[in-house]
Design a protein around this ligand. Structure first.
Ligand code: FAD
Ligand code: NAD
Length: 405
C-alpha cells in the first residue's frame, strides 16, 4: 500500500516542532515524512540579535537537525524551496521536486522593507545566522577601521531602524557590546553613537508604558539615543535620511541595521496562496483557506485575536503552539477522521531582553517584571523550549543555564 507523503517546509520553530511532534505520533508505516530546510541546522531566531551584536556566539543559537530529528522516522532534505504548486501538490526545490499528500509550510519571516529606497542594498537585517554574523563582523570591522581613517565618525555610528521588540532587544545588546569593541580597537567610548530611529511616538508601541519607560531609561543610561516620531525615508552608501515634522535630516553611518517589521516568506504569496500582507489567513484548524491538504505554521500564517479584532503578532511562542495543533490534525487526517482541532493560542506573556541580566515583561496576564527577575524569566522560557525540542541533553548543551549570573 502506498503511504501518504507528509512534507514539512522549513525547520524554524513551527516546522521543527511539527516534525518532532510527528515523529512521536506517527509511525513510518503510517506515512513518509520529509523535512526540508535550507541548512542542516535549526536556529533560535529569538537569539539572533545577540549573535548580530556579538554578545553570543552563533553556535549557541544553532542546533543540528540530526540532534533532534530521528532520521529513521523522518527524511531530511537540505535544500532551498523555490515554489509550491498547490494544484499539482508539488514543491519545487533548487535541486529537485517533491510530491506531497499533506504539506506544512513553515518558511518563516522576511524583513518588510515597505519599498524604502536603498534599504535592500545598503541596510542589514537580522533574519538568520548568516545575516546575524555578517552584522557582527561588519560592525567589528568598522571599529577596527576607525583609527585608520582620518574622519571615521560614520564607522562608529550604529543606526537601528525600528524600536519594536527586535530593534529594542538588538540596541540593548549593542549597547553592552560597544564598551568591549572600544577597548579592543582603541576607540573613545564617547565618540560612538548608537541611534534608534522609530517612526511612532513611542518605543514598543502597545506595551505597558511603565516598562517601556524603564527600558528607554536603561538604554539611554548606556548611551542609546532615541529618535522617536522619526521615519527612515531613504538609505544610501553614506547613511540614512530621516524625516520628522516634515523636516529631513541626513545621518552618516556605515552601520545601518533595519529592524522595523517583518512579513511572511514571499514564496508563499508568489506560489498563489491567499495572503494578507504576505501571511496566509489560515482557518481555525491552521489549513489554508483554499486547500484542505496544506497547513501553515508560524510567521507565514496570520490569525486574528477576537478580543482586539487585530492579528496576533507573529511570535515563536505562537509558532511552537501551532505545531502541536498541526501535528494533532495530521494524525487525525491520517486516521480518516475529519474532527480537526481548532487552534487556540495560549499567550503566557511577553518578555523582552535588555541584555544579559536585564529585561522587561508582562506574564500571567498582568504581572509586570523588570530587571533581573524578568531576565531570569526570559532565560527560563528559552530553556523550556530547548527541553521541549530536544530534552535534557539539548538543554544542557545549548541552554542559558547561567540564569542567576
Ligand atoms: P523561522 O524561525 O523564521 O524559521 C524559518 C525556517 O525556514 C528557517 O530554518 C529557514 O532557514 C527556513 N527557510 C526559509 N526559507 C527557506 C527556503 N526557501 N527553503 C528552505 N528553508 C527555508 N518571538 C517570541 O515569541 N519571543 C521572543 O523572544 C522573540 N524574539 C525575537 C528576536 C528576534 C531578533 C527576532 C527577529 C524575532 C523574535 N521573535 C520572538 C519572533 C520569532 O522569532 C518568530 O515569530 C519565529 O521565528 C517564527 O518562527 P517560524 O517557525 O515561522 O520560522
Ligand atoms: P514590529 O513590527 O513589532 O516593530 C517595527 C517597528 O518599526 C514599529 O515600531 C514601527 O513603527 C517601526 N517602523 C516601521 N517603519 C519605520 C520607518 N520607516 N522608520 C522608523 N521606524 C519604522 O517588528 P519587530 O520588532 O521586528 O517584531 C516582529 C515580530 O517579532 C513581532 O511580532 C514581535 O512581537 C516579535 N518579537 C518578539 C520579541 C519578544 O517577545 N521578546 C522580540 C523580538 C520580536
Amino acid at each position: 500500500m502506498n503511504r501518504p507523503n507528509i512534507v514539512i517546509l522549513g525547520a524554524g520553530y513551527g516546522g521543527i516542532m511539527t516534525a518532532v511532534n510527528l515523529q512521536k505520533k506517527i509511525s513510518p508505516e503510517e506515512a513518509n515524512i520529509t523535512l526540508v530546510n535550507k541548512h542542516d541546522y535549526h536556529y533560535q531566531t529569538t537569539w539572533l540579535h545577540e549573535n548580530a551584536a556579538g554578545t553570543l556566539h552563533h553556535d549557541r543559537t544553532r542546533i543540528s537537525i540530526k540532534d533532534v530529528i530521528d532520521f529513521n522516522k523522518i527524511k531530511f532534505i537540505q535544500d532551498t524551496v523555490e515554489s509550491i504548486d498547490p494544484e499539482k501538490k508539488v514543491v519545487k526545490l533548487e535541486d529537485g521536486e517533491l510530491q506531497y499528500d499533506y504539506l506544512v509550510i513553515g518558511l518563516g519571516f522576511e524583513s518588510a522593507t515597505f519599498g524604502i529606497e536603498g534599504l535592500k542594498e545598503h541596510a542589514f537585517s537580522i533574519q538568520n545566522i548568516n545575516s546575524a554574523r555578517l552584522i557582527r563582523d561588519h560592525i567589528e570591522y568598522n571599529f577596527a577601521q576607525y583609527n585608520i581613517e582620518e574622519d571615521g565618525q560614520d564607522l562608529i555610528t550604529i543606526i537601528v531602524g525600528g524600536a519594536g521588540f527586535t530593534g529594542i532587544e538588538f540596541v540593548a545588546e549593542v549597547a553592552n557590546r560597544v564598551p568591549e569593541l572600544c577597548q579592543e580597537y582603541d576607540v573613545p567610548r564617547e565618540k560612538v553613537r548608537i541611534i534608534n530611529v522609530e517612526a511612532g511616538p513611542t518605543a514598543l508601541a502597545g506595551f505597558d508604558p511603565e516598562l517601556v519607560e524603564y527600558a528607554m531609561n536603561r538604554l539611554e543610561e548606556k548611551g542609546v539615543e532615541f529618535k522617536l516620531g522619526t521615519m527612515i525615508k531613504k538609505v544610501n552608501e553614506e547613511g540614512i535620511v530621516v524625516e520628522k515634522d516634515e523636516e529631513q535630516e541626513e545621518i552618516k553611518s556605515k552601520n545601518v541595521i533595519w529592524a522595523a517589521g517583518v512579513t511572511g516568506n514571499s514564496i508563499v504569496q508568489e506560489s498563489g496562496f491567499e495572503t494578507n500582507r504576505g501571511r496566509v489567513p489560515v482557518r481555525g484548524d491552521l489549513r489554508t483557506p483554499d486547500y484542505d491538504d496544506v497547513f501553515v505554521v508560524g510567521d507565514c500564517a496570520v490569525i486574528m485575536n477576537p478580543e482586539t479584532e487585530r492579528p496576533y503578532p507573529p511570535t515563536a511562542q505562537i509558532a511552537i503552539q501551532m505545531a502541536d495543533t498541526v501535528a494533532h490534525n495530521l494524525k487525525q487526517m491520517l486516521s480518516g477522521s475529519d474532527e480537526l482541532e481548532g487552534f487556540e493560542p495560549n499567550i503566557q506573556g511577553t518578555v523582552a531582553s535588555l541584555g544579559h541580566t536585564d529585561a522587561i515583561g508582562v506574564v500571567f496576564d498582568d504581572k509586570k517584571l523588570f530587571g533581573r527577575s524578568a531576565s531570569v524569566m526570559k532565560k527560563a522560557i528559552d530553556n523550556r523550549y530547548l527541553m521541549k525540542l530536544g530534552g535534557l541533553g539539548l538543554l544542557l548543551k545549548k541552554g542559558k543555564l547561567d540564569m542567576y549570573h
